[in-house]
Design a protein around this ligand. Structure first.
Ligand code: SF4
Ligand code: ZN
Length: 321
């Protein structure tokens, strides 16, 4: 509370353009009016796209849209900044089957896609795997298996998006992972000693069996934007999004890391940004076994491209079905 008062005291009532300040960016001391704040989000996205060579002329981009603030903002920003660039956008939405939660988010995503004239395809776990996430997690609890909800859900979500991407013939999948998401993932992998997954955080890392096979690039255009700025961007642009969190989200270590990083940022504005730089530096310097990173492996169970003998989806299916 005390800190928040000090922050407000540091903000200037006017933006550098003379407009009324609506946002104080504590990590660099900028006071921004709504137009300059909005422009900065577009600019940060464009900068990341160009810095990491994310998009090329003529790309068909599937934007993973869950209906939350981040993905809703991503769809909106990409629709604006790709105008006239020969890029075709599609909205890819996954209905995991979370009763009382996902329905509203899917409706919001559909509304926005329609407004922006972006074709949208919704896939569901029920139709792809034969069960909803609720049913899968119930099964997990009955078997007293300790795998976290997100560890069950994540691989299924990626497979759903890949299938939809293939169906639509898109060659790029854009996800709305923001600076906070990437940092949290870095710490999760750091604590579990998973160097390969740390390598995957490197935006310039273009290898990976799935990428080779389907020519599918995965990009995170909002990697350098703070989560709280995306929330403010969505609010400022009247984007309707699902504000409730997933009922399963607090089970993993991610929440503990999120709270810890938020506390550090509150005391030391900018620490998340500098840690991101360190994290990406470490990711880019990780060298994977060249044989392993080049070889295309197939899952022995389902035949999908995989980084091991059994893909993560089949491993998950064993746990929950
Ligand atoms: Fe799935 Fe976890 Fe996201 Fe919920 S929070 S939708 S369980 S990945
Ligand atoms: Zn498999």
């Amino acid at each position: 509370m005390e800190n928040a008062r000090i922050e407000r005291a540091k903000a200037s009532p006017t933006c550098r353009c003379g407009g009324k300040t609506v946002y104080f960016r504590a990590y660099n001391g900028e006071s921004l009016c709504s137009k300059c704040f909005n422009d900065s989000i577009f600019e940060k996205t464009k900068k990341a796209i160009s810095k990491y060579d994310m998009l090329h002329y003529g790309d068909r981009v599937g934007v993973a849209v869950s209906g939350g603030k981040d993905s809703t903002s991503l769809l909106y920003v990409l629709s604006e900044i790709t105008k006239g660039h020969g890029t075709k956008l599609y909205a890819l939405t996954v209905d995991e089957g979370i009763d009382g939660y996902r329905e509203e988010a899917v409706k919001n995503a559909e509304r926005l896609a329609k407004k922006l004239s972006i074709p949208m395809l919704v896939s569901s776990y029920k139709e792809l795997f034969g069960f909803t996430l609720d049913e899968a997690l119930q099964e997990r609890s009955e078997k007293a298996i300790k795998t976290s909800s997100c560890a069950v859900c994540g691989p299924l979500r990626r497979r759903s998006i890949d299938r939809t991407a293939e169906k639509l013939g898109v060659n790029v999948v854009a996800t709305a992972h923001n600076l906070d998401d990437v940092l949290q993932t870095f710490y999760i992998n750091l604590y579990s000693g998973d160097l390969e997954r740390i390598k995957w955080l490197d935006p310039s890392f273009k290898s990976g069996a799935a990428n080779e096979e389907f020519k599918l690039r995965r990009i995170k255009p909002m990697i350098e934007i703070y989560e709280q700025e995306l929330a403010f961007f969505a609010y400022l642009n009247n984007l309707t999004f699902q504000s409730e969190s997933c009922p399963y989200m607090n089970e993993g270590i991610r929440t503990e890391i999120r709270l810890h990083l938020n506390e550090l940022e509150r005391k030391h504005p900018g620490i998340k940004y500098s840690t991101l730089k360190t994290a990406l530096g470490i990711a880019s310097s990780v060298v994977l076994d060249p044989d392993r990173s080049k070889k295309i492996m197939r899952c022995e169970s389902c035949g999908a491209v995989s980084t091991g003998p059994i893909c993560s989806v089949c491993q998950t299916l064993k746990v929950v079905s």
